[in-house]
Design a protein around this ligand. Structure first.
Ligand SMILES: N[C@@H](CCC(=O)N[C@@H](CS)C(=O)NCC(=O)O)C(=O)O
Length: 211
C-alpha cells in the first residue's frame, strides 16, 4: 500500500506523525510550509479542499481529518501490532467512542475556549464569561475521563494503544490552551506516562525543531 502523509511542524498533523512512528509503517512524509501558504495551492486543495494539514493519500485516494486518519491507521495497521483492538470486540467500540469524543466533543469545547479568549481572533468574538463557561465544561469532561482511568493504566486496559495517543494528544493540546489538568490525578499520571514514550519524545522534539 502506498502512503503519503502531508504534515507541518507542531500542528494537527503531529499526532498522525506520532501514530506512524508507533506503528512503524513505511510512508512518504511531505512537510508543508503553512506560513508560505503551501496548503492553499491548487494542487494541495485538490487532495484536501479544506486547505489544512494533515492529509493522508492512500494508494492515490486522499483522506483528511486527523482523527479519521488515525482511526483508519489503527484498524489497518494497529490490530496486528497490538495497538488497536480487533473488529467486533468491545474494546473496538470503546476505542471509536473515546477517540471521537476527544476530537468532536472535547475538541469542540477547546475550540470554543480558543475563540472566546485568543488574542489572535477578532476582539468582537472574545468573551471572558464564555471562556469561563468552557473551562467549567471541560473540567467536567476531564472528570469523566479521569474516572475512566481510575482502574486502568491505559484507556483500554493494561496496554497502550492508539486510542491513548489520540485522546491524550487533544488533552495535552488543551493544557497548552490554558485548561488545568492538575485537579485530575489519574488523568495527569496518564498524560505523564504517555509523554514518556520514546516515539512521543522523538516526534514532538523533531516537530519543535522543524518549527
Ligand atoms: N480538524 C482538522 C484541523 C486541521 C487544521 O486546522 N490544521 C491546521 C494546522 S493545526 C492548518 O493546516 N492550518 C492551515 C490554515 O488554516 O491555513 C484536523 O484534525 O485535521
Amino acid at each position: 500500500m502506498s502512503l503519503t502523509l502531508y504534515a507541518a511542524p507542531m500542528s494537527s498533523a503531529t499526532p498522525v506523525v506520532h501514530a506512524m512512528a508507533e506503528l512503524g509503517v513505511l510512508h512518504e512524509l511531505v512537510m508543508l510550509d503553512l506560513s508560505a501558504g503551501e496548503q492553499k495551492q491548487p494542487e494541495y486543495l485538490a487532495i484536501n479542499p479544506n486547505g489544512v494539514v494533515p492529509t493522508l493519500v492512500v494508494d492515490g485516494t486522499p483522506m483528511f481529518e486527523a482523527v479519521a486518519i488515525m482511526q483508519w491507521l489503527g484498524e489497518t495497521y494497529g490490530v496486528e501490532r497490538g495497538l488497536w483492538p480487533a473488529a467486533g470486540t468491545p474494546d473496538r467500540l470503546q476505542a471509536l467512542s473515546w477517540t471521537t469524543w476527544a476530537y468532536v466533543t472535547y475538541g469542540g469545547a477547546v475550540q470554543r475556549l480558543n475563540l472566546s479568549q485568543s488574542d489572535r481572533v477578532d476582539p468582537a468574538v472574545r468573551h471572558a464569561p464564555m471562556a469561563e463557561y468552557c473551562l467549567r465544561e471541560m473540567d467536567a469532561m476531564l472528570a469523566t475521563l479521569d474516572a475512566r482511568l481510575a482502574d486502568r493504566r491505559w484507556l483500554l486496559g493494561d496496554d497502550f494503544s492508539l486510542a491513548d495517543l489520540i485522546v491524550a494528544s487533544v488533552v495535552i493540546y488543551s493544557s497548552y490552551c490554558g485548561v488545568p489538568l492538575d485537579g485530575h490525578r489519574n488523568l495527569k499520571d496518564w498524560t505523564d506516562r504517555f509523554q514518556q514514550r520514546e516515539a512521543f519524545q522523538k516526534t514532538w522534539s523533531q516537530a519543535g525543531q522543524a518549527g
